[in-house]
Design a binder for this molecule. Sequence first.
Ligand code: PLP
Length: 223
Amino acid sequence: MISDNLQRIRAELPSGVKLVAVSKFHPIPALIEAYLEGQRVFGENRPQEFASKAVQLSQDIEWHFIGHLQTNKLKLVLPYAYMVESVDSVHLLEAIDTWGALHSKVIRVLLELHLGAEETKHGLSEDEIREILGSAGKYGNVRFCGLMGMATNTDDESVIRADFQRISSLKASLSAEFGVESSPVLSDFRELSIGMSHDWKIAVEYGATIVRIGTGIFGSRQY
Ligand SMILES: *Cc1c(COP(=O)(O)O)cnc(C)c1O
């Protein structure tokens, strides 16, 4: 079942788009099934669960943290994180940088744009993202790898498209504004993490380089 789902998604996903298997709330055997099917990139959104799964599973997994992260939980997440996709405040960014300096580690991050409706409370405004990137050089232990966003949770495809269009255009204008190709501190700013189980095919049309799929792989979650 999990392996069928993975095969089906991979068959449709363009090459070059990274699939993050969002395994939150699913037990270890489910992750192992995906692992045996070749999946090596997993996403979790709760620090304790993230840390617990990371220590139980194989070292060659790339763990993405995708949830709201409080600074007092960094020690659970940063030792294992390949990337923190959900940086939603300057305060968090500064804390990640400080942790990185203390532990001689550079942490890959995506800046989360606040997209869509009120149900998503977290995320940065376009102006905040611009300001952060303008002073990217002061975060010596952070690597800025791109943007993340969650479209409005709706069946109205035109709303989803408008959200994806906005984040996609923002990424393009930031890349031009900051000359990321030749920038010493922003040369990795290329990822666009958009798209979940119900909207990932649309996200791909808008230039997603990372999609985060949970239900579509593991089935529904038991909260
Ligand atoms: C849970 C979650 C997903 C996956 O959602 P599905 O609808 O199950 O695919 C993707 N991104 C984030 C940030 C999430 O919290």
